[in-house]
Write a protein that binds this ligand. Structure first.
Ligand code: BV8
Length: 249
């Protein structure tokens, strides 16, 4: 039995739930060693504000710098492994008839952990697309030019992530909004709840009468609104929640 005291009302509600939606942010990957989006950047990147680099404007002005920032992040993520928080969500998916995992993360760690129903709201750092055509590019000839160029049109290649000021993928966003509006329980895990429209999803769930649970060691603008605010690390709380809901019986 896990040592972490969790509200029995939540454990019982989760055990009998049929429709659950989960929104994750960078915090769920923190215990895998992937720096969160807003924590201090290290080394070469310490002088840059991620919200300024993750924009089309930054790419137009300094394409090489932005491409190299993403290449550095890709390398950090490749060295990371899914952690017990990611794995607990794989277990949860197995126990819940209608389970939707919505992530703001671009790191593929949920997929590597074994989750299936994943909605990537902000794209994926390991996919590349042409900046001019806005179409995916699977491969391109080796060369010294950074960023590399589109083999179809010669435009610059960029990571297939959603930058600030860019629209989210409509299909994923609509599916996420539907999941938020119909969930019995909505989890907001490891996100500062600052970035829209993702941060709107737990509010939609609240408006629809769902039980909303936040898991975060720090308070966020959402904390005062949720049904249960669990202050701690996702890698500790989620395994305890799954154990108490389905393994302790
Ligand atoms: C949009 C991908 C419509 C790239 C990201 C002006 C002009 C245009 C738009 C706006 C504007 N003003 C505001 C907006 C809207 C803007 C926005 O919300 N801005 C905010 C900052 C106010 N949103 C957008 O631009 C979105 N698009 O609105 O389009 C539009 C179009 C045109 C014109 C007008 C409108 C696009 C948003 C997507 C941006 N891309 N990422 C990349 O990764 O490089 S967002 C970025 O922030 C991250 O990737 C992440 O997805 C997102 C949220 O961050 P978090 O995941 O929450 O991470 P963070 O570091 O903030 O927090 C980590 C949390 O974990 C902390 O709370 C910490 O306590 C916790 N934690 C730490 N350890 C643990 C833990 N929790 C649990 N366990 C632990 N162990």
């Amino acid at each position: 039995m896990s040592a972490i005291p969790l509200p029995s009302a939540l454990v019982n509600r989760l055990r009998s739930a049929r429709r659950v939606a989960v929104l994750t942010g960078a915090g769920i990957s923190a215990e895998s060693g992937v720096p969160t989006f807003r924590e201090a950047q290290t080394g070469l990147w310490a002088q840059y504000n991620p919200e300024e680099l993750a924009t089309p404007r930054a790419f137009r002005r300094q394409p090489k710098l932005v491409w190299e920032w993403y290449a550095w992040r890709q390398q950090r993520i490749r060295q990371a492994e899914p952690n017990p928080g990611h794995q607990a969500l794989v277990s949860m998916e197995r126990h819940i008839p209608e389970f939707t995992l919505i992530t703001q993360n671009v790191d593929s760690l949920h997929r590597r952990a074994g989750s299936h129903q994943i909605l990537e709201l902000h794209g994926n750092i390991f996919r590349t697309k042409c900046f001019s055509e806005d179409r995916p590019v699977e491969s391109w000839p080796d060369g010294d030019e950074i960023p590399p160029r589109c083999p179809r049109c010669g435009g610059l290649l960029r990571p297939d992530v959603v930058w600030f000021g860019e629209m989210l993928p409509a299909t994923a966003l609509h599916a996420a909004e539907h999941a938020a509006a119909t969930a019995e329980i909505f989890f907001s895990i490891g996100t500062s709840a600052l970035v829209y429209p993702a941060a709107d999803l737990p509010l939609r769930a609240l408006d629809a009468g769902a039980t909303v649970v936040e898991i975060n060691p720090q308070p966020t603008p959402l904390s005062s609104r949720v049904t249960f605010s669990l202050n701690g690390a996702a890698g500790e709380i989620l395994p305890a929640l799954v154990a108490q809901a389905w393994e302790a019986i």
